[in-house]
Design a protein around this ligand. Structure first.
Ligand SMILES: Cc1ncc(COP(=O)(O)O)c(C=O)c1O
Length: 487
């Protein structure tokens, strides 16, 4: 089998502080030819203890070496479930760097940035058409920020109706950020059990006049489409509640199903997942929300409106939840998403979703029999395995670490929580059949190694510069800044 994890000259690298030598410098400043200005003495300090003194070549090599330790979608397969690490076409980057867009100052008067406003307005319309919602706001800066915005909209609507209500129902297959968003909006969270699919009967039994909303992730974190979504919406609406959909997994539905048509009231998109963007490590992103006509007045300020051929900011919206952030969203991410949607068109988006589902199921059948499948039915864009049948006392974490040795980024591990020892694989549509085959070969090899030489898994990763770390210690006692030894 191919072994793409071997080889290469990976250079070890010290901390920049350890390179430091007194008096060494990377630049020479010209002689001062103006009078020296001084800050007030209480703002001045003699020096910074331990500040690295290094030459230019040391700085360049230091950061170049560190950058070569990186792994990204441009270097290899990145099956991190729930994160949709699809390849980001370079044309998106080219569009985001167009000078007139990239250098636009956020305080540019509206008359001078009509092109950018037109792009934002058109992107809102396109997202509305894709999802089935009549109104979309691009303000939120991430998926979880979209959840917060959506739940604030729900609260504002209930307040307007006379009672904000107290509770929000969230199934066990929802994304972990959902309960946090509901709690931040002042709601108590009631968890709902499901067997992989949430049943309308469970929702109807839990609904009452104090329940503000149900927050449902669809497709859910098991990669399954909530088959009873229409009946769930009806049960919630019957008691005056609203339905929030975490639409971060929309990649599986593009052109196939529109959440707005199912009766959902609010949904957020993760543009940085569904519509490509280099992401990971916490950003940048964009988490727009789509809402029904009834909820439109509550959307964040300002709205961009079109009057004839002109685009304007509309602040005159008394029911709005107000401003969510500075300016108007993460604009460069919006440009990338817009480019992606326009490049693919309707047929291309649908094909992307179909390919994402096909690729996930290709991996499912490639690994069936080698890894335990807690939910044997066909999934959509991602597939969840568990470590239940793994031999040699090997566990999910050992598989993940051994994959690194074989040249793959590990899948998401131990999530979703409803599956013990979960390994959640999301290949996305952008992978070739060859890379899916290589990944399956590596996974099968690891399952075999667990039987025959479990030490290979237990000691992995062996080919990386940094071996297996004590993640618990790192989380409990993080060392976030360098200090001189013995200080
Ligand atoms: C299903 C789901 N919901 C919400 C989020 C939160 O999105 P973000 O990380 O942009 O806040 C994610 C993140 O990947 C997700 O997968």
């Amino acid at each position: 089998m191919s072994d793409i994890g071997t080889g290469g000259l990976a250079l070890r690298e010290k901390l920049i502080f350890e390179h430091s030598r007194p008096g060494r410098s990377g630049c020479r400043l010209p002689q001062l030819d103006v009078p020296a200005a001084h800050l007030p003495p209480d703002l001045e300090r003699d020096g910074i203890d331990g500040f690295p003194e290094v030459s230019e070549v040391e700085v360049v090599r230091h950061f170049t070496r560190l950058s070569s330790w990186n792994y990204g979608v441009d270097s290899g397969f990145y099956p991190l479930g729930s994160c949709t690490m699809k390849y980001n076409p370079k044309v998106n980057e080219a569009a985001a760097r167009i000078r007139g867009l990239a250098l636009l100052h956020p305080y540019t008067p509206v008359e001078l940035c009509q092109g950018a406003l037109a792009l934002i307005h058109h992107l809102e319309e396109l997202l509305g058409e894709i999802s089935g919602f009549p109104a979309v706001s691009l303000h939120p800066a991430a998926g979880a920020h979209g959840e917060l915005a959506g739940m604030m909209v729900i609260r504002a609507c209930h307040e307007k109706r006379g009672n904000p209500r107290r509770k929000v129902l969230i199934p066990d297959t929802a994304h972990g950020t959902n309960p946090a968003s509901a709690t931040l909006c002042g709601y108590e969270v009631t968890p709902l059990e499901s067997d992989g699919f949430l049943s309308a009967a469970t929702v109807a039994a839990a609904m009452d006049e104090e329940t503000a909303a149900v927050m449902i992730t669809n497709p859910n974190t098991l990669g399954l489409f909530e088959k009873e979504i229409g009946a769930i919406c009806a049960a919630v609406h019957a008691k005056g509640g609203l339905v929030y959909c975490d639409g971060a997994n929309l990649n599986a539905l593009l052109g196939l199903s529109r959440p707005g048509d199912a009766g959902i009231d609010v949904m957020h998109f993760n543009l940085h997942k569904t519509f490509s963007t280099p992401h990971g490590g916490g950003g940048p992103g964009a988490g727009p929300i789509g809402v029904t006509k009834e909820l439109e007045p509550f959307l964040p300020l300002p709205r961009i409106v079109r009057e004839g051929e002109r685009y304007l900011f509309d602040y005159d919206r008394p029911d709005s939840i107000g401003r969510l952030r500075a300016f108007y969203g993460n604009f460069a991410i919006l440009v990338r998403a817009y480019t992606y949607i326009r490049m693919l068109g309707a047929a291309g988006l649908r094909q992307a979703a179909e390919m994402a589902v096909l690729n996930a199921n290709y991996i499912r059948s490639g690994l069936e029999g080698h890894y335990h499948l807690p939910h044997p039915q066909r999934s959509l864009h991602e597939v969840v395995f568990s470590d239940q049948h793994l031999e040699g006392d090997c566990h999910t974490i050992d598989v993940a670490k051994r994959l690194i040795d074989l040249g793959f980024h590990p899948p998401t591990v131990y999530f979703p929580l409803v599956v013990k020892g979960a390994l959640m694989v999301e290949p996305t549509e952008t992978e070739t059949r060859e890379s899916l085959d290589e990944f399956c070969e590596a996974m099968v090899r690891i399952a075999e190694e667990a039987k025959t030489s479990p030490g290979l898994l237990k000691e992995a990763p062996r080919r990386t510069i940094v071996r297996r770390l004590d993640e618990v210690l790192a989380a409990r006692k993080p060392r976030l800044r360098w200090r001189r030894e013995n200080s």
